[in-house]
Design a protein around this ligand. Structure first.
Ligand code: NAD
Length: 337
């Protein structure tokens, strides 16, 4: 295929993590759109690009005719931007979270189907070697059939911006990463959730900055997420600290170290004899947003479907909205998408 052409929409903070990868992959940036044109111009200058800047997405798409669009706008704008790009005949890769509501997310999935175009979400934490290793170990049956997944996420984060004011900062803005990772690493999908959101005493957030969620997943797996953005001291990793239990053994993964584990090595004794578990080595070559971009380029070149294609990723978003719904209602709710 000739050099792929892209229009980037949204030139704010996270755009700084995307442009270097576009340059590395020699993707032709055919335009940069932002409601604030000065921001688009600034990014173009920063990366020495020969591309127009604008604030009118439809006009830019008609002019530039890109192969795909990268949607780096705020979550509230994802639905309108992505649907406009799909309707203009472009494939789309967009930042997480997919949308600001399930109704919007369903509309986006429908728009991709109607246009016959790909819409994938970039869940940057999927493209991390340790996560690839764990996914392979579990899929390969190294700890036997999976029964239990726990994730702890505790950070004292003083953002001082919109997150301090929003109703469910942890679940809505952060836990989408861990919910998606649980689906990815464990290879299971959500069924139902019971969640309790709360705002710890002394919190500097207006909304609930902490939560405990118990998800029932497919194959009978139970996934427990405990987290807080209002926890001073002894922080976990931003990926979360994890325990995976299978019928034959356990994998631990914390503080971004190499995951490690133990499996049973005999069938007698109060505690069965154990041996260290060797996890498969990751073959991942490109991390974070670069990994996501490579999956879009592979799709354009070979038609291979990316793992975070919208029909799949909507299940991770559904976990977010079901958890908030459960916390509001104070009862177990099914996870629907
Ligand atoms: N993967 C990660 O780890 C990660 C990290 C940070 C942010 N993000 C995600 O990236 C997205 C953007 O976050 P950010 O921190 O860059 O936000 P930001 O506010 O810094 O930038 C967003 C930009 O989009 C522009 N914009 C808003 N609506 C628009 C529209 N309709 N058309 C064109 N431009 C529009 C704004 O003017 C702004 O320049 C969010 O979805 C966020 O959740 C992901």
């Amino acid at each position: 295929m000739a050099q792929e052409r892209v229009v980037v929409v949204g030139a704010g903070g996270i755009a700084g993590a995307w442009f270097p990868n576009l340059v590395k992959e020699r993707v032709v940036v055919a335009g940069v759109v932002d409601l604030d044109v000065a921001r688009a111009k600034k990014r173009i200058a920063e990366y020495g690009l020969d591309a127009p800047a604008g604030s009118d997405l439809r006009a830019m798409l008609a002019e530039a005719r890109p192969d795909f669009v990268i949607d780096l706008t705020v979550p509230e704008a994802h639905c309108a931007v992505t649907c406009a790009a799909l309707e203009a005949g472009c494939h789309v890769i967009g930042e997480k979270p997919m949308a600001a509501s399930m109704a919007q997310a369903r509309r986006m999935v429908g728009a991709a189907g109607k246009a016959g175009k790909l819409y994938m979400v970039s869940q940057s934490r999927r493209w991390v070697p340790q996560h690839d290793s764990i996914q392979r170990a579990i899929a390969g049956g190294r700890i036997g059939g999976l029964t239990t997944v726990n994730c702890d996420f505790y950070i004292g984060a003083h953002f001082g911006g919109f997150r301090d004011e929003m109703p469910s900062p942890l679940i809505l803005d952060m836990a989408i990463h861990q919910f998606d990772l649980a689906r990815y690493m464990a290879g299971v999908d959500p069924v139902a959730v019971y969640a309790k959101e709360f705002n710890p005493a002394g919190s500097w957030y207006k909304g609930d900055a902490a939560a405990s969620c118990i998800f029932e997943m497919s194959n009978g797996v139970i996934f427990t997420f405990r987290g807080s953005w209002c926890a001073e001291g002894c922080h976990t990793s931003w990926h979360g600290d994890w325990r995976f239990i299978g019928r034959k053994g356990t994998i631990l993964y914390d503080h971004d170290q190499e995951p490690h584990g133990q499996v049973v090595a005999g069938n007698t004794g109060f505690n069965r004899p154990l041996k260290p578990l060797a996890l498969p080595r990751s073959t991942l070559k490109h991390g974070g947003m670069h990994g996501a971009l490579r999956e879009m380029l592979a799709f354009l070149r070979t038609g291979k479907k990316p793992q975070t294609e919208c029909r799949d990723n909507i299940k991770s978003l559904a976990m977010v909205f079901a958890a908030m719904d459960s916390a509001r209602k104070g009862k177990r709710v099914p996870v629907k998408w």
